[in-house]
Design a binder for this molecule. Structure first.
Ligand SMILES: [Zn+2]
Length: 414
């Protein structure tokens, strides 16, 4: 579609004329249309489809006249209670498609949003108004990947969008797998996901319906579930337990680490120092650090060899500590209530540190412990939804075994 900036100054409206049956629009400009003595018309009773991009200060009257459509019909359309509001509120950039036979309107389609279209079509008596929801076509795809260098490289090779890869890490498995440190060569994952098309063109990935991640020989599975009444939604294990946990495995944006993923990092334990019973994440200065769980900031300030440090109290004797920060984040303030994932600071090298890294400790009653995967309360699928859950999420999980690696040719054709 042409943008306003690309239009000649004098042309108030640019029309893309096309026969209803064809897909490739040819653009003509309105001033040329007006100047032409012979109206552009297929003649006879062949329907013509005209696609109009609304410009600033456009009105439907003007658009109808410019498109060669009898605008007395407009009075009739405005009387349709369901359509009036959607017809009168025009925004520059809106696309309106008019189909007419010799100027007699047959249908008007107007995209209200990416997923909603107003459709007014001639009926036996007058016009019928329909709101068409979700004109995006969705297909379900399955893919499988094996990690050789990085999660991203493997995901991209398997045809997944960057967003979909992030869903695996941030919405499905980030509470069980430390994507910054625990990914190894040979890890595998399968994904059942939606791919969206509009007018036959791929426009992006949709929801991940189910995925399996094999990390260092351990298998994790999750599926999307949204109950018909909307009361339950999220990612769950095949048994119906929520994937979200009280603590993130890696409290920082791992994508900043895995950009330029070093295969050496795949070596077990490289980059992880356990001597002081914390976990060290080597990451560039400025990498955002996230609150691992909900809580309250107990301390934010300089703390000896730890340098700039934040300590969060999560209740029940659990605290987390983040050290060597270059600076504090918006949420990294004394006494502030924080939510999991909020930025409390940025990676640095303050205090006794030899290079930029996050030193992270998970403590129970003051003693460093391995971070625990504590399930969040009330995230299980309630019993009364289990039948529905098994039907929908279960079907997606069953599809996982159908996932095969995609060939490079398949990826290229996407
Ligand atoms: Zn450390």
């Amino acid at each position: 579609m042409l943008t306003a900036a690309a239009l000649p100054v004098l042309a108030a409206v640019t029309l893309a004329l096309r026969p209803a049956s064809q897909d490739l629009p040819t653009s003509i400009d309105l001033t040329a249309l007006a100047a032409s003595a012979e109206p552009v018309s297929a003649g006879g009773d062949e329907p013509r489809s005209v696609e109009v991009t609304v410009q600033r200060n456009d009105t439907l009257d003007r658009i109808f006249r410019a498109a060669g459509v009898d605008n007395t019909t407009l009075t009739e359309l405005r009387r349709l209670p369901d359509a009036r509001k959607a017809l009168d509120l025009l925004r520059p950039g809106d696309i309106i498609t008019l189909t007419h036979v010799d100027g007699a309107l047959q249908s008007l389609n107007r995209r209200i949003s990416n997923t909603l279209t107003l459709s007014v079509a001639r009926a036996e008596q007058g016009f019928a108004v329909n709101y068409i929801e979700n004109p995006l076509e969705t297909e379900v795809s399955a893919t499988r990947a094996r990690i050789d260098s990085s999660l991203f490289a493997a995901g991209r090779e398997a045809g997944l969008s960057g967003e979909t890869i992030m869903v695996l890490a941030n919405e499905m498995f980030g509470w069980d797998i430390d994507f910054a440190l625990d990914i190894r060569r040979g890890d595998e994952f399968s994904v059942i996901y939606q791919r969206k098309f509009q007018d036959g063109r791929y426009v992006g990935d949709g929801r991940v319906l189910a995925a399996e991640f094999v990390n260092q020989g351990r298998t994790y599975r999750a599926a999307w579930f949204e109950s018909a009444d909307g009361a339950v939604r999220g990612y769950f294990t095949p048994e119906g337990r929520g994937m979200r946990k009280a603590f993130l495995r890696a409290p920082l944006d791992f994508t900043r680490i895995s950009s330029g993923f070093n295969p050496r990092r795949l070596h077990p334990l490289s980059g992880r120092v356990r001597a002081h019973q914390g976990t060290d994440y080597a990451a560039p200065t400025g990498t955002p650090i996230w609150a691992a769980g909900d809580g309250r900031v107990q301390f934010a300030g300089r703390k000896g060899g730890y340098g700039n440090t934040v300590i969060i109290d999560h209740g029940r004797g659990v605290t987390t500590l983040y050290a060597h920060m270059s600076r504090f984040g918006r949420a990294g303030r004394n006494g502030r209530a924080v939510q999991q994932g909020e930025v409390i600071g940025y990676v640095g090298s303050t205090g006794a540190s030899t290079g930029p890294h996050l030193h992270y400790e998970y403590r129970v009653d003051g003693k460093p412990k391995n971070p625990a995967t504590v399930p969040l309360p009330n995230t299980e699928v309630p019993a009364r939804y289990m039948a529905e859950f098994r039907d929908t999420a279960g079907a997606a999980i069953a599809q996982l075994r159908l996932a095969r690696p995609v060939s490079p040719e398949q990826v290229a054709s996407r």
